[in-house]
Design a protein around this ligand. Structure first.
Ligand SMILES: Nc1ncnc2c1ncn2[C@@H]1O[C@H](COP(=O)(O)OP(=O)(O)OP(=O)(O)O)[C@@H](O)[C@H]1O
Ligand SMILES: [Mg+2]
Length: 229
């Protein structure tokens, strides 16, 4: 079976303002199996977000290959990569990225609306997910009335709506207090389990990193061999 995600000798460099370039990722190689959970740790600027952006097809490597479910993203056009991302990847960010003028339910339903999917199946999926995170009764409330922890739970539902095989979370608890962070992490891990999705999450918390199957550390763009979580 194809890995959920694989990097083959991925380098990512950014041009510097003068001349020359800076490595954000250097010769990164790995494979993540379906359902596997990986914590990515490392200092600020070590390349964690860059790795997730390449995995999501938001950006492309300078050299090397990124494979998701047996497809090499470098062979897709930008439009195809956008469609791929909507279908195959669930993204969760530190600052939630919800649309504040929409209701809780509409925020979760957004990926289906963009894909032109309406109707009962989509509705039922929204309710199912909101029930799972304990927010079904807030479905019609404006999302801006929610607390930070609640907003992140909504963002997790949105990410899962279309049943992606790959979940990517960039410091999902970075803007939450300990208690809410723990709740969000627990939900993220158990929902990834329920859905059989692979999960890569960036965290600065050793406690949360230990919840993963493996912990990988980035050192100045180099991936240090993973330690078991
Ligand atoms: N668009 C860009 N242009 C130029 N340099 C960039 C760009 N994006 C990232 N970088 C550089 O690449 C390196 C890795 O950045 P990245 O955002 O991946 O780090 P990070 O590990 O996520 O850090 P943090 O923990 O602070 O979020 C940094 O040196 C950063 O300055
Ligand atoms: Mg980052």
């Amino acid at each position: 079976m194809n890995p959920a995600l694989a990097f083959s000798q991925v380098n990512k460099t950014y041009a510097l303002a003068g001349n020359g370039s800076r490595y954000a990722l250097r010769e990164v190689c790995f494979a993540v199996a379906a359902g596997q959970k990986i914590a990515i740790v490392g200092r600020s600027g070590s390349g964690k977000s860059t790795l997730l952006h390449l995995a999501a097809g938001i950006d492309v490597p300078t050299t090397g290959e990124v494979w998701v479910e047996g497809r090499e993203l470098g062979r897709l056009s930008e439009g195809e990569r956008t469609l791929f991302r909507r279908h195959e990847v669930g993204l969760i960010f530190q600052f939630f990225h919800l649309l504040s003028h929409l209701s809780v339910g509409d925020n979760v339903a957004l990926p289906a609306m963009i894909a032109g999917e309406h109707g009962e199946a989509a509705e039922a999926r929204v309710v199912e997910l909101l029930e799972r995170v304990g927010l079904a009764d807030r479905r019609r409330d404006p999302v801006q009335q929610l607390s930070g922890g609640e907003m992140q739970r909504v963002a997790i539902c949105r990410a899962l709506l279309r049943r992606p095989r790959l979940l990517l979370a960039d410091e999902p608890t970075g803007n939450l207090d300990d208690e809410n962070g723990r709740r969000v992490m627990d939900l993220l891990l158990s929902l990834a389990d329920d859905e059989g999705a692979a999960l890569l999450f960036v965290t600065h918390s050793q406690e949360f990193a230990r919840l993963a199957d493996q912990v990988w550390e980035l050192h100045s763009g180099e991936l240090v061999a993973g330690t078991e979580g």
